[in-house]
Every structure is written in C-alpha cells, then in structure tokens.
Design a protein around this ligand. Structure first.
Ligand code: KG4
Ligand code: ZN
Length: 323
C-alpha cells in the first residue's frame, strides 16, 4: 500500500511516501532561513511558503517512489496541532488530492507522526512503553499503552524543551533553530563553570519546566560568563532534567522501553545520557526526527483501520493527543 503523508504544521513543508510502512521518500522544504531573520516563526510567511512549495514537493516525492499520483492508495495529512494557517495548507491540499483521486483521506495527529517516526527502524516493538516527545512546541511524556492508546503522564509547566533551546540561543546571539547551535557551542564550554540551578528538584510527579532555566541563563549572560560555558551548562541542566523525570516515570511504571521523538531527540548529549541507563531506546532515524511528511504516512499506515474517510474532520490548532 502506497501512502502519501503531508505535514505543514509549523515552518517546514514535509511530503513523504511510505510503501507498506517503509519510507521510500521524505522531502522537506525547510523555511529556516526565511524565519531566521525574525528569530522565530512568522505564521503568515510560513503559510505562504507552504502554498508555494507543496505541489513541487509532491512531484519530487512521487519521482522518488517511482509511481504516479494514481498509484497512491491513501493520502494522509496532519490535522493538528500546529499553526492553523500553516496546517490548513497541507491539510486542505491533502483532502483535495484524495477527493480528486477518489482515494481515502486519513487525518493524522502530529504527535502520532513523531511517535511512529521513532518506530521506523523498530517495526517489531510492541507497546506498552514510555514516549517522550520533545520539540519546539511540545514536551510531553506519554505511556503508550497500546496502539492508538496514549496516557499523558507528564508535560511542561511552561516552555517546551526545544523552545528553551531556541530562546537561550537567541539570547546568546546564535541562529535559529537554537538546539543544534547550542549543542555546537556547548562542546567548547565547561558546564561546571556556571551554576544554573535544577528545575523542579523536589517534585514527585513527572512535570517539566524550562523557563526558570532560561531566566538563569539570561542572568548568566548579563553577568558576563563565557558564552560557551553558558551553552554547556544550559544543555547539561536541560538534559539532566529530562533524564531525571524519565527515570522517575520508569520507576513508577516499570516500563523498560523509552521512545524519544521530536527535534530535541537529535541532541547528542541527551542520547548519550539516556544510553547510560538500562532502558531500551527508540530514536527516530536521521531525517525523521524533525517535522516531516514521511512520519505522517507511517502513522497512517499503523493507525488507519482501512475504512472511512476523514474529509469532514476539520484541522485543529489545539489538539491534545491524550489527557
Ligand atoms: O519536531 P521539530 O522539528 O518541530 C516542532 O514540532 O517543534 O522540533 C524543532 C525543535 C526546535 O526547537 C529545535 O531547536 C529543537 O527541536 N532541536 C534541538 C536539536 N535539534 C533540533 N534541540 C536540542 N538539540 C538539538 N540538536
Ligand atoms: Zn513536530
């Protein structure tokens, strides 16, 4: 079965194709440079750019797969959450395409896309397991109790993890997105040289918090600490915070498998820290960690029951995966 997946939830246009659950094309048009000059995503510009590039990306994806439009069996697109103007471009495009081809349309939750991306190279894994989704917009810890059954057990009380990387990068005069920039600068720094405090040190639950850490980094910048040391300290505390909440959740649930998804899953320091545990780790392969369309095709492959059509489901900017 050939599934076309589309994601335009934020600032990257993603179009991918999966054949029987295997990725055969993953085309992403990045808008990073477009938004870089503003230090963050400008929603109107994102929508306009999606509109301009989506058609060309679909053609490229079909070329990669070596098939024609008519050979697609299903069209899937992200229904939410995300920036509504941006979401609507890919979602409406996908619906129109499915309708014109007389093929089923599947509406996919963006976070399910991230989860299935991390399973791309582990098709044999079965729930239950823990899933951390850490991106620019989300820091959520789920219990995946069964396919399509998610229980939210922890979330950020303020900023998302990726958002904190982006904000601190901006304060340090680094580019956007900030995660990779901080990671690079941190390699030249000494994390012990700056004390930034530990978020939610005494909690017994599974919440995350990054805004205090961000403020502590801002103070350290004002005080004139070395930029590389601040980057190293910030990354160190952020990684340790994520790891310690996960450790508590592992202890409470007894699960031994952890899936890590979203842009922050690309962070080497986080991977190395988690590799030091006894957990069986599931990370997305390169190219599937940040937003893309192939993950939407993978999610549709795993979750669609082979029936029905989501043409009447609206796009939803606010859409919890589970409560
Ligand atoms: O999943 P994603 O592409 O888009 C969202 O849905 O948000 O995640 C992007 C986020 C950005 O905040 C970016 O700074 C962060 O992921 N990120 C990283 C790294 N690479 C990307 N954060 C830390 N370390 C990285 N290497
Ligand atoms: Zn995402």
């Amino acid at each position: 079965m050939w599934i076309l997946g589309i994601d335009t939830s934020c600032d990257d246009t993603g179009v991918g194709i999966a054949r029987d659950g295997r990725v055969v094309s993953n085309r992403v048009a990045s808008q990073t440079l477009l938004h870089a000059q503003y230090g963050g995503v400008v929603p109107e510009l994102a929508s306009r750019e999606h509109t301009q590039v989506i058609d060309g990306l679909v053609e490229l994806a079909l070329e990669d797969a070596g098939i024609s439009l008519r050979e697609l069996d299903v069209v899937a697109a992200t229904k939410g959450p995300g920036l509504i103007g941006a979401l609507l471009v890919g979602y409406t495009y996908g619906k129109g395409l499915a309708f014109a081809l007389d093929k089923p349309f599947v509406a996919v939750h963006h976070l399910e896309g991230h989860i299935y991306a991390a399973l791309a190279e582990h098709p044999q894994v079965e729930p239950p397991f823990l899933a951390l989704i850490a991106s620019g917009g989300h820091t959520h810890l789920f219990e995946v109790q069964g396919w399509g059954q998610y229980k939210l057990i922890g979330a950020t009380l303020d900023d998302a993890a990726g958002e904190a990387f982006d904000k601190v990068a901006r304060l340090l005069g680094l580019g956007y997105p900030g995660g990779p920039e901080i990671e690079r600068l941190a390699r030249e720094g000494n994390p012990e040289a700056v004390g930034l405090g530990v978020p939610l040190k005494d909690q017994s639950a599974f919440a995350f918090s990054f805004s205090g850490l961000k403020t502590a980094a801002a103070r350290a910048i004002e005080k004139g600490f070395r930029r590389a040391d601040i980057a190293a300290a910030f990354q160190g505390v952020a990684v340790e915070h994520l790891a310690s909440v996960i450790a508590r959740a592992v202890k409470a649930t007894g699960y031994s498998t952890l899936l890590v998804a979203g842009g922050v899953a690309q962070n080497r320091a986080l991977r190395e820290r988690l590799e030091d545990t006894n957990l069986r780790l599931l990370f997305p392969p390169k190219g599937l960690a940040t937003d893309n369309g192939a993950m939407i095709a993978l999610a549709a492959w795993r979750t669609w029951n082979g029936q029905g059509n989501a043409l009447n489901i609206p796009a939803q900017p606010y859409l919890p995966l589970a409560t």
